[in-house]
Design a binder for this molecule. Sequence first.
Ligand code: 13P
Ligand code: SF4
Length: 327
Amino acid sequence: MSVPLMPATDAQRRHPNELPQGEALIREIARLRKELDAVVLAHYYQDGEIQDLADFVGDSLQLSQAAAKTSAKVIVFAGVHFMAETAKILNPDKQVLIPDLDAGCSLADRCPPEAFARWVAAHPGHKVISYINCSAGVKALSDVICTSSNAVQICNSFPKDQPLIFAPDRHLGAWVEKQLGRKMVLWPGFCVVHEQFTARQLLRLKAQHPQAEIIAHPECEASVLDLADYIGSTRGLLDHVKASAAKTFIVATEVGILHLMAKARPDAELIPAPPSSGCNCSICPYMRLNSLEKLYLCMRDRTPEITLDEELRLRALKPVQRMLELS
Ligand code: 13P
Ligand code: SF4
């Protein structure tokens, strides 16, 4: 008796052995990019090999600006979900692909829209500023979005006597409060990666490298930021390393940023700040769900794709556009 041929399951089709390897994989991604008329956008926290083949590498603000102006038909977003979702908010008619749909963010995941709506309702008269690391549902409840590179500027765009609430990163919020000498109501969220850096570990490293500059992302807690010679977004940190005369840098952020720092400053010693527990936690577990293989597969199979309810998209669009206008 003959056995009818079954179509291959997804899992079978995606068996890694069947994937092109090495240079062939890079060539296939380039071919698909042309075939789909796609642009590949990558965050600085992606694996170096993804950054190397991307059309554009940037921080959250630069990536949303790039998404807002691309003429490509398909956006392949090598980053986390909220970044790809922001690209979709800005581009309802384009297909937005992400290598791994589970690439979330601890800040976004711990600020559910329902709880956020109750929190906003409990603060009548306040304007709502949300860090871009949040879901479309939270964006839709916000007056304006900010990123780590424009948070101070965006918060400062409100009159001094306007009460503000800031979500979901309490450390970024506290840093903005300090810069502006202005209190805000802060959602108690944090990034699982940046929360790992401690002043104690940094002081130990600094004692071993007294000439080093400490540079830190504002998602780090205040005691870490107090030790920093420079504080900024990933792009700000990279630009600082390019421009600084220092030869050694202790870098308190996700280690992916070291890829382009090392290319820009081959003469410099770049020391990743150690996490408190000696684990691998300075690697963002969400960002690193993406891989070159998954990038290829999402382009080949045109899935996973970001989809959004249109009514929600329109509500989330307003505060994102407001940010882009103010930036
Ligand atoms: P940037 O604004 O520097 O891109 O920060 C994004 C992020 O997720 C930091 O953890
Ligand atoms: Fe979110 Fe932190 Fe990862 Fe950035 S590094 S994507 S804030 S979990």
